[in-house]
Design a protein around this ligand. Structure first.
Ligand code: NDP
Length: 456
């Protein structure tokens, strides 16, 4: 590690103790930026990077709610408004018991650069709560969302900050949050994305992250004269991102072999086809069941239990399934160095990240050194927020585009992001390194905008 990175990180760690995911996200970016900062002394002079790692604003609040038995619970809500240099803050809300400030800051920081890559005018933010929607009734989830919005509404707005979904926040939660925002403000506006189709949502938004992740993989494969056709794909997660990544792989003629949840994964050597995927979607989105149940319906598949708490240290056995393409879509740090080595040794040569920061720094090094086609989350999963941006455009115009139109725009955006990352990596002396490409390209757009706008 260079002295510059060491000194910069020592400061970040001292100022933000205990926020290890945030340190991890910042370090990766700072390591990518050294050459760029050498070429642009004006960014160093204006302390752009120092300003970028400090959120513009952090809001933290109490979320009290009552369960169906009348018992009272108190959760913590937060919203990190990270950077508004290129547009209103934009980024999802995560409801998961593991949520803490360090995780929301890592996600918000990544979001700033990701949104810059989309070509759309969106700043970066992220929020959430340590509330666990699992096992709660719809009415409990509604009461929680209403209480969460009772505070959040003061801080957001169509031109201020536009949240969306993330882990634990899907269409149901966005509906309850939007309803309460409207009740409190008396405004029907595009304040959230991922809305229902009847009330301002965009076609293809639910599909966008997973579809975009696979479009990005397809672009990387093309660069080596290959395509998704016939590729054995290991998909992790079985939520929003994983479901639609699986769908797109099927559409492009690939063979998805796995899906997972926090209890384990299923392997179906015959491949998950459209009918089996429909079963997974119903199981997860309507019945809110566990992925293990797949094997009762399709007995030729098998289930392996895993312990999500030990992924970063002990590894995640899903990555031992032999494949050519890996599509992580569950959560951060689900691929460590051992997993990355297993993947590379078994013939996997393309990794496109749907989840945010699913690979540990040591795992990333394995991919880079082995010349694996490695698309980091902030580039490969940017299709979700890009389509949220398209939802904002449609709301502002009071029009809705067709499915084909939105999908075409999404596809073009992913092609552009891939090209931008590829060219930037090359221009800065590291051809083929999409991590550097994404970090530098995103940074340049935000940094120049910050310079233009003065010291604010
Ligand atoms: P969902 O809540 O819809 O699904 C998450 C999936 O990952 C579930 O299968 C869940 O299993 C599993 N999972 C969550 N946490 C863990 C954990 N700690 N260990 C193991 N498995 C876990 O979320 P999304 O699909 O929306 O998000 C998945 C990833 O994609 C996240 O990293 C998110 O930040 C990222 N992302 C999402 C975008 C979006 O548009 N939704 C946009 C860009 C990135 P279980 O059901 O057991 O909890």
């Amino acid at each position: 590690m260079s002295t510059f990175v060491k000194d910069f990180m020592a400061d970040v760690i001292a100022k933000n103790p205990e926020q290890k995911e945030f340190h991890q996200a910042v370090q990766e970016v700072v390591e990518s930026l050294e050459t760029c900062l050498d070429r642009h002394p004006e960014f160093r002079k204006a302390k752009i990077l120092d300003r970028m790692v400090e959120p513009e604003r952090v809001v933290m609040f109490r979320v009290p709610w009552e369960d169906d038995r009348g018992e009272i619970h108190v959760n913590r809500g937060m919203r990190v408004e990270f950077n508004s240099a290129i547009g209103p803050y934009k980024g999802g809300l995560r409801f998961h018991p593991s949520v803490n400030l360090g995780i929301i800051k890592f996600l918000g920081f990544e979001q700033v650069l990701k949104n810059a890559l989309t070509t759309l005018p969106m700043g970066g933010g992220k929020g959430g709560s340590d509330f666990d929607p699992k096992g709660k009734s719809d009415r409990e989830v509604m009461r929680f969302c209403q209480s969460f919005m009772n505070e959040l509404y003061r801080h957001i707005g169509e031109y201020v900050d536009v949240p969306a979904g993330d882990i634990g926040v899907g269409g149901r939660e966005i509906g309850f949050l939007f309803g309460q925002y409207k009740k409190l403000t008396r405004k029907f506006e595009g304040v959230l994305t991922g809305k229902g189709l009847n009330w301002g949502g965009s076609l293809i938004r639910p599909e966008a992250t997973g579809y975009g992740q696979v479009y990005f993989a397809e672009e990387m494969l093309k660069s080596r004269g290959k395509s998704m056709k016939g590729m054995r794909c290991v998909v992790s997660g079985s939520g929003n991102v994983a479901q639609y990544a699986t769908e797109k792989v099927i559409q492009l003629g690939g063979k998805p072999l796995t899906v997972s949840d926090s209890n384990g994964f299923i392997v179906d050597e015959e491949g998950i086809n459209a009918e089996k995927l429909a079963f997974v979607m119903d199981l997860k989105n309507n019945k809110r069941g566990r992925i293990k149940e797949y094997t009762s319906k399709y007995p030729k598949a098998h289930f392996q239990a895993t312990d999500a708490a030990t992924f970063a240290t002990k590894g995640n056995p899903i990555w031992q399934v032999k494949c050519e393409v890996a599509l992580p879509g569950a959560t951060q740090n689900e691929i460590n160095a051992v997993d990355a080595n297993n993947l590379v040794k078994s013939g996997c040569f393309c990794v496109s990240e749907g989840a945010n920061m699913p690979t540990t720094p040591e795992g990333v090094s394995v991919f880079i050194e082995s010349k694996t086609l490695y698309g980091p989350g902030k580039a490969a999963n940017a299709g979700g927020v890009a389509t949220s941006g398209l939802e904002m455009s449609q709301n502002a115009m009071r029009l809705s585009w067709s499915r084909e139109e939105v999908d075409q725009r999404l596809h073009n955006i992913m092609i552009n992001i891939h090209e931008n990352c590829r060219k930037t990596a090359e221009a800065y002396g590291t051809p083929g390194n999409y991590v550097n490409g994404a970090n530098i390209a995103g940074f340049l757009k935000v940094a120049t905008s910050m310079l233009d706008q003065g010291l604010v």
